[in-house]
Design a binder for this molecule. Structure first.
Ligand code: NAD
Length: 420
């Protein structure tokens, strides 16, 4: 694969390549491979939005449902200038595997609008959200397809989506989206669920590979929703956070950085790189620091073929989606570096989204302790299953997670049968 740059540049080609490898391992028949390689439904919408200056702008958005054999489609909505149909296809397929690996009764979906929210006012983003929701309204719903936040969408965007859908129905439908504000049916614990789930995964895998978390050194790339929670919770477990970074750069102190002070620094100055002590370092230097645990929690394709031989950590937990290229992944496997794959390591977010949806359907609120305990139960069980499978198959955790997930989806398709 390394020589095929067209594949590397195309996330959908990567997703299909990953699936093909697992299909080979599971000895899937040609028909099943073809079902899984292609999304079940794809909707592209082009729609106008009146901008604040009176101009009419036309935007293109998508909603792709990859597979719904195990339940309603689930997946985020992304607002970015780089949104393409192929990106949505890849992300929807990865959502199918992510939901399956933690055994949630959901299929996979993804949606997005090609736009630059940094150049838009709040009212323009609201009008875009309400029109996009209307355009995809016939696909989404609590029983069919449940969107959630993703890049450059947040709880406020989810509230607008929920409100727009509810206005069309004539009554409130909180279960149509997750990641909502608490005031309109959001779940306690949702905002920190991805980081918390990642830490539960690290606890499970560290024990297996013999890393004592008390005093273990940690570097975290990205100090946002996922990364900042990982830092805080790992510090509480006794880890020494030696480096963190954000888009402005990183900060390093071998004696350890204070998690609360980092949070305050980010809040007050906008970047952890302004931290009062330690040395500044680049994102690349952070990824290759000597440390026990490395957590990429920012962007995709950060750990590349070039950097992988220089990475010095024993354990990598992918809080971000797709931070490791397939070439780097092969190098880590050869070098005996354990990688907790994204579909497992960051599945805490969708797991608590599932709890939010369940609470909405029950018209009931769970306490935060209950949410966190159920999240821990899901992550412990899923990590245990993936680690056992990896040992049995002499495979990496990524391969094992994919085998477990794809096999669950295949079983659902086979048990349901092909209609008509
Ligand atoms: P976020 O926007 O809250 O934070 C992203 C962080 O990465 C920011 O601190 C930003 O400054 C930093 N960053 C950006 N470019 C960087 C660079 N070049 N080097 C270092 N840091 C950089 O986003 P998030 O919600 O924390 O998501 C981070 C990753 O986790 C993404 O890959 C996302 O898909 C994944 N993820 C998030 C969730 C969730 O519930 N938030 C769930 C699953 C997966």
């Amino acid at each position: 694969m390394s020589s095929d740059t067209a594949i590397v540049d195309d996330p959908f080609a990567i997703a299909q390549w990953q699936l093909d490898a697992v299909a080979e391992h599971l000895k899937l028949g040609d028909g099943m491979r073809r079902i899984l390689r292609t999304p079940n439904r794809e909707l592209t919408v082009t729609f106008p939005v009146i901008m604040d200056d009176g101009r009419t702008e036309v935007f293109t958005g998508h909603r792709v449902q990859h597979n719904v054999a195990r339940g309603p489609a689930k997946g985020g909505i992304r607002y970015s200038p780089y949104v393409t149909l192929n990106e949505m296809r890849a992300l929807s397929m990865w959502m199918t595997w992510k939901c399956a690996v933690v055994n949630l009764p959901f299929g996979g979906a993804k949606g997005g609008v090609c736009c630059n929210t940094k150049e838009m006012s709040l009212r323009e983003i609201e009008r875009l959200t309400r029109r996009y929701t209307t355009e995809i309204a016939f696909l989404i719903g609590p029983a069919s397809d449940i969107p959630a936040p993703d890049m450059y969408t947040d709880s406020r965007v989810m509230a607008w989506m929920m409100d727009t859908y509810s206005m069309h129905k004539g009554y409130s439908v909180p279960g149509v989206v997750t990641g909502k504000p608490i005031s309109v049916g959001g779940s306690l614990g949702r905002s920190e669920a991805t980081g918390r789930g990642c830490v539960y995964a690290i606890v499970n895998v560290a024990k297996q590979v013999g890393i004592n978390l008390d005093g273990a050194t940690v570097a975290v790339q990205g100090f946002g929703n996922a990364g900042s929670v990982v830092v805080r919770l790992l510090a509480q477990l006794g880890c020494r956070i030696i480096a963190v970074s954000d888009s402005n750069g990183g900060i390093y102190d071998e004696h350890g950085l204070d998690a609360e002070a980092l949070q305050a620094c980010k809040r007050e100055t906008g970047s952890v790189s302004n931290y009062s002590s330690g040395d500044r370092l680049s994102n690349e230097a952070l990824l290759t620091l000597p440390c026990d645990i490395l957590v990429p929690a920012a962007l995709e394709n950060q750990l590349t073929e070039r950097l992988a031989p220089k990475v010095q950590s024993k354990l990598i937990a992918e809080a971000a989606n797709g931070p490791t290229t397939p070439e780097a992944d092969a190098i880590f496997q050869d070098r005996g570096v354990t990688v907790v794959p994204d579909i497992l390591a960051n599945a805490g977010g969708v797991t608590v989204s599932y709890f939010e949806w369940v609470q909405n359907l029950q018209e009931f609120h769970w306490k935060e302790e209950q949410v966190n305990q159920q999240l821990k139960d899901v992550m412990d069980a899923s990590c245990g299953q993936v680690m056992a499978l990896a040992e049995r198959e002499h495979a990496s955790l990524r391969t094992a997670a994919y085998i477990l997930a794809v096999d669950r989806v295949v079983n659902a398709i086979q048990d349901r049968g092909i209609y008509p």
